[in-house]
Design a protein around this ligand. Structure first.
Ligand SMILES: *[C@@H]1O[C@H](CO)[C@@H](O)[C@H](O)[C@H]1NC(C)=O
Ligand SMILES: *[C@@H]1O[C@H](CO)[C@@H](O)[C@H](O)[C@H]1NC(C)=O
Ligand SMILES: *[C@@H]1O[C@H](CO)[C@@H](O)[C@H](O)[C@H]1NC(C)=O
Ligand SMILES: *[C@@H]1O[C@H](CO)[C@@H](O)[C@H](O)[C@H]1NC(C)=O
Ligand SMILES: *[C@@H]1O[C@H](CO)[C@@H](O)[C@H](O)[C@H]1NC(C)=O
Length: 382
């Protein structure tokens, strides 16, 4: 170590009195200066920790520590390897400023510059700096979003979660948007609850899906002091949505139809999502593969519509036959709708005026036969 022998003031004693000066002059008294009270750095940047010594000190190293007590961690020593640490003035015996490159959230803590005196045994600590509080701010990771484990139908609220982590300081804002409009959401959960070098956040929102959400987008937006612009994650609600089809069966021409007429049954499966659907026709519970499906059509709201037609001959044997359209949508239980084939009475057959009294009479037992006068109105047509 260099010992300054020239003294700044003209009225100082000559060189032979130097020993007396060492004791009395404040300029020569040993001092360790750690001027920074607190330093804030962004993760990845280089941190500079200032420390200098003045005056005459005993032989021995100056080291840097993080933390205090027996658990303190050696950050820099003139001997040994400290890959991320470099001296600001290499080899200086007065300036012990260090640079720590590529800072991480874990680097946050209190750093002290400490002077040791070489002793016969272990070096002895003789002076410590006041300490510099280092905080490392870190950006939150790109948010990730999750939705329900399986598709949900319009109605009750469906839960979506947005998470991010690795950020500091703790303060963070999470907002939810559906098609750009803000959604009410509870306060996000920031963990750990105690003070930490970095934090993670989880925010949950309940969204009521509607049939029109096949084209909707859910956005989670994160704002933090380290971010020049908010971070966003999006979720296509179509990935979480199931809209069952509305089913209806119609006939052309309308029933009842004349015998031996050709009738077209049409099944309309409307407004469903996703498009995965299968449709079958049954005649009196028996599957028939004679249905002709129309191409799948996409509606303006992103849902789909499918039609299938079944042409049948309205033969006498088919009178009162039930034609059922059965739809399996998105691997759910089948749903169905039906129509019955009714035949109109041919005009050649006897009319109702004649058949009605016959039915009445046959339903009466001989013991309860009404008097002939009561039967009179029907006797007009024997
Ligand atoms: C810290 O030390 C460096 C290198 O000696 C110096 O350039 C800088 O001015 C010092 N900063 C403070 C705040 O003391
Ligand atoms: C969502 O649905 C629930 C019940 O299903 C209802 O109580 C709530 O008000 C709905 N929320 C919105 C925003 O429509
Ligand atoms: C319908 O067709 C069958 C067989 O071709 C025939 O026997 C029957 O008389 C026809 N019925 C009518 C009402 O035309
Ligand atoms: C269903 O089809 C089978 C075979 O084609 C036939 O034997 C059966 O009578 C049919 N049942 C009905 C209710 O039409
Ligand atoms: C209906 O009946 C006519 C004649 O009886 C026949 O030519 C036609 O193929 C039948 N159509 C269907 C769909 O069974």
């Amino acid at each position: 170590a260099q010992v300054p022998v020239s003294v700044p003031h003209r009225d100082k004693p000559p060189a032979r009195s130097i020993l007396l000066s060492l004791v009395l002059s404040p300029e020569l008294e040993f001092q360790l200066l750690q001027p920074q009270g607190a330093v804030s750095v962004s993760a990845g940047e280089t941190l500079t920790l200032n420390c200098s010594v003045t005056g005459l000190g005993p032989p021995g190293p100056v080291k840097w520590f993080k933390g205090s007590g027996s658990g303190r961690q050696l950050v820099y020593d003139q001997k040994g390897s400290f890959p991320r640490v470099t001296r600001a003035v290499s080899g200086s015996s007065t300036d012990f400023t260090i640079h720590i490159s590529d800072t991480r959230p874990e680097d946050a803590g209190i750093y002290r510059c400490v002077k040791f005196e070489k002793g016969s045994g272990a070096d002895e600590e003789i002076r410590s700096g006041a300490g510099t509080v280092v905080s490392v701010s870190a950006r939150p990771s790109a948010p990730s979003m999750s939705g329900p484990p399986s598709r949900a139908e319009p109605g009750p609220p469906v839960t979506f979660t947005c998470t991010s982590g690795g950020f500091a300081p703790r303060d963070i804002a999470v907002t939810w948007l559906k098609n750009g409009a803000k959604l009410p959401a509870p306060q996000p959960r920031v963990l750990p609850a105690h003070e930490s070098v970095s934090y993670s956040v989880s925010s949950t929102v309940g969204v009521n899906l509607t049939a029109g959400d096949a084209r909707s987008q859910l956005t989670c937006q994160i704002e933090h002091s380290t971010l020049p612009a908010p971070l966003r994650a999006t979720y296509k609600l179509s990935d979480a949505l199931r809209v069952p089809p509305r089913l209806r069966v119609g006939t052309d021409p309308a029933v009842p139809v004349a015998p031996n007429e050709s009738v077209t049954f049409t099944c309309h499966a409307e407004g469903f999502y996703p498009k995965d659907v299968s449709l079958t026709w049954l005649e009196n519970g028996n599957e028939t593969n004679l249905g002709k499906p129309s191409p799948l059509a996409e509606n303006p709201d992103g849902t789909y519509t499918l039609q299938s037609s079944l042409e049948v001959n309205a033969t006498e044997q088919r009178s009162q036959s039930m034609f059922t359209c059965r739809v399996v949508h998105d691997s759910q239980s089948p749903i169905s709708a039906s129509a019955t084939l009714r035949l109109s009475q041919p005009s050649a057959e006897p009319g109702p005026a004649l058949t009605l009294p016959k039915l009445h009479l046959s339903s009466l037992s001989p013991s309860s036969l009404p008097s002939p006068s009561l039967l009179h109105p029907f006797q007009a047509n024997p």
